[in-house]
Write a protein that binds this ligand. Structure first.
Ligand code: SF4
Ligand code: SF4
Length: 289
């Protein structure tokens, strides 16, 4: 639909607009480097003449990203947060459209193709992905790297952020990717702080995550009664915590665990800044045993 009206917009214009709409980080990738994305989930699968992907992140308040089950995290770090990002994506897409470029906002949350049951039974294996791989886009756009916690890690906010993206026909200057590694050097240096505290034992240490263990259930495939038994026997959760985590037994699972996000020390920049301003550099609360 490019009509020439916005032929002159630059990456700087787009980034400034995204920041005005509420983005804390904005990077841009070309449409190269998406070979690993699933069929149907590449930029050109979503927008035929796509030339750029605008990726942005909104940070979550550090106080809400606790390693304890917390409705505050659910609201300000997860569902509420994703709603804000969707609004941001929507506004940026319309802005690009008004500038003369086709633009497709991608959902911040998991959507229809998200959950695939690869293996049923007592040890089910599931796979989750939205219609667009936001983390791959963020890596391609040089926003950060994927850590052992299976999350994007940025220099500015560690993993305490949520991502959004707009795929567009606008030809924008791309940011160079940072060094990509499945287990980056900083994870080795940190000593794998996220692996042991993961209450589900879902992080094998190679940058992957066991989605089933990380509390994703599919009620049509796995009954909640069975899931309760699985979680009781496998993880031995105290009832209260188990009850909270059973909130996940819906088709589009809310997830109240932020342990692997919170314990990652890669938000050092924030702590240094807080201390410089006379603050305490706030440490996370202890993990629930
Ligand atoms: S969200 Fe919680 S359960 Fe899932 S991988 Fe992270 S620490 Fe483990
Ligand atoms: S806690 Fe440590 S090992 Fe885990 S992702 Fe962060 S830096 Fe890597």
């Amino acid at each position: 639909m490019d009509n020439g009206k916005g032929a002159g917009i630059t990456s700087g214009d787009v980034k400034a607009q995204a920041r005005e709409f509420g983005a804390d980080l904005v990077n841009i990738s070309s449409c190269e480097g998406y070979e690993k994305a699933l069929p149907g989930c590449k930029p050109h699968d979503l927008v035929k003449d796509a030339r750029s992907v605008v990726v942005f992140a909104r940070r979550m308040p550090f106080g809400n990203a606790t390693p304890r089950p917390s409705v505050g995290y659910l609201e300000f770090g997860y569902y509420g947060h994703e709603a804000w990002i969707n609004k941001l994506s929507y506004r940026l897409a319309l802005w690009l459209e008004d500038e003369g470029h086709m633009a497709l906002p991608t959902p911040a949350g998991r959507d229809i193709p998200s959950l695939r049951i690869l293996r049923e039974g007592a040890e089910p294996e599931v796979f989750m992905q939205g219609s667009f791989d936001l983390r791959l886009a963020a890596v391609n756009a040089g926003m950060g790297e994927i850590g052992v916690n299976n999350n994007l890690i940025t220099a500015e906010y560690g993993s305490r952020l949520r991502l959004g993206a707009v795929v567009t026909t606008a030809a924008l200057e791309a940011d160079p990717p940072q060094k990509y590694g499945v287990v980056p050097d900083f994870c080795v240096e940190c000593g794998y702080k996220c692996i042991k505290p993961c209450p589900a034992g879902a992080l094998p240490g190679d940058g992957a995550v066991d989605h089933y263990k990380c509390m994703v259930m599919y009620p049509q495939k796995v009954s909640s009664e069975k899931a309760v038994d699985v979680f009781k026997t496998r993880y031995g959760y105290p009832e209260l915590q188990l009850a909270g985590r059973m909130m996940a037994f819906t088709e589009n699972a809310p997830h109240i665990c932020a342990t692997c996000i919170t314990l990652c020390p890669m938000d050092e920049a924030r702590r240094v800044k807080e201390k410089a301003n006379g603050g305490g550099g706030g440490q996370p609360l202890p993990v629930v045993p």
